[in-house]
Design a binder for this molecule. Sequence first.
Ligand code: GLU
Length: 467
Amino acid sequence: MSDSPRYRFAPSPTGFFHVGGARTALYNWALTLREGGTFVLRIEDTDESRNSPEWTQGIIDALSWLGIDSQHPQFEGPYFQSANAELHVAAAMRLFQQGNAYWCDMTPEQVQERSKELGKQGYHGYSRDRGLTGGPGQVLRFRVPEGKTIVSDLVRGDVEFANDTIEDFVLLRSNGSPMFLLANVVDDIEMRITNVVRAEEHLPNTPKQQMLWDALGVKPPVWAHVPVLVNEQRKKLSKRRDKVALEQYREEGILPDAMVNYLMTLGWAPSGDTEIVPWQSIVEEFRLENVNHSPAFFDIKKLNAFNGDYIRALSLEAFIEESQPFLANGTWPAERFNAEVFEKVAPLIHTRVATLSEVPSMVDFFFLADPEIDNDAWTKTMGSDFAKDAIADFALAIGAVEWNHDALKGVLETWTESRGLKLGKTQAPIRVAITGRTVGPPLFESIEILGRDETARRLANALSRLG
Ligand code: GLU
């Protein structure tokens, strides 16, 4: 196994799991599985304010929800960046001893002053030859060599950077703490990482990091920078503007398989004529070389459509099972819930919801004593000249009809035809009277389940409201 690839996922804890991070993790995981490699989880927790144990657990839980199981034999970690601080400093010292780094005590004001004299912004190696030996107030800077750096990226091809556009970047802060760029490379080297697949926003860091790999005498990894996720306005997804937390989608009843499939298609497409494909074929087919480099639109409508497909593909039993946690959010009094009724209704709504969080509002009228009638729905449907008659005549007729949905539908159909109307129109006021809404599960099947007495009671209530 010694030369099998080692991928890694290196999130900085933020208290929630970004969907972009989820996509990156899945790309790494798919490749790990197909290539028989290892997936290393490293928590980049050097920012003190960001290393709470709950956040780490949140990352592990989110990965596990995505099917990236920390107990899987190809999963390694979690490792913690903060545990390696000594290694980071040691690597920095080595770079200093090798002449690849030097100390600098200039304040930002002094740097600005020099830049003004020089007529160009930035840090231009001002302390390179001052021979400082370190101490309070000094930062350690990397001595960027002359020439150019070519980053070979599996998604982007060869990306060339002229080294004179890269300033001598800081490795250790003046308080001695390592900068992210250094810590990230030292950890990757320590963890024998061979493949770095990460977000596009890190591409500008990559030439600097590749220089560090070279200077530390280790062959740089295979790089791949995957496209940024954008919203409908083509703006980068941001937690202030957009719904970016994976946890939120989970709470809203997106199925993990649907989420995984959808995330994989952000920048990549399976070969067949549908994007909805099982994980196994994703693992077989996914290649970084086929990942697109333009920004990928995170389209919630499309995600919901994927999810609707995945819900419909569930067996009825699985649908009932998956719905359970969401039923707890129903607005009915807990004691009025009836699992048998829900099981009867489940087939009616199974094909009609895009997310599981829609389930409670589809079935609440079965469990509420008096479902609240939506005002708009009432005005829209009760204003017609036939609404009151339709309800009254239907109420009368169903007193004696055989109790099944075909017969119930027959009753209203006959009435509707005799008035030269359309069933779509005449069933609307009846639906509102019974369910409180204009949309919901099939009406006559619902009435059959609701029962004769309760249906009669609701119709009578509507009639008295109509006066
Ligand atoms: N901790 C970095 C981040 O969350 C990851 C850097 C990397 O993948 O190299 O963006």
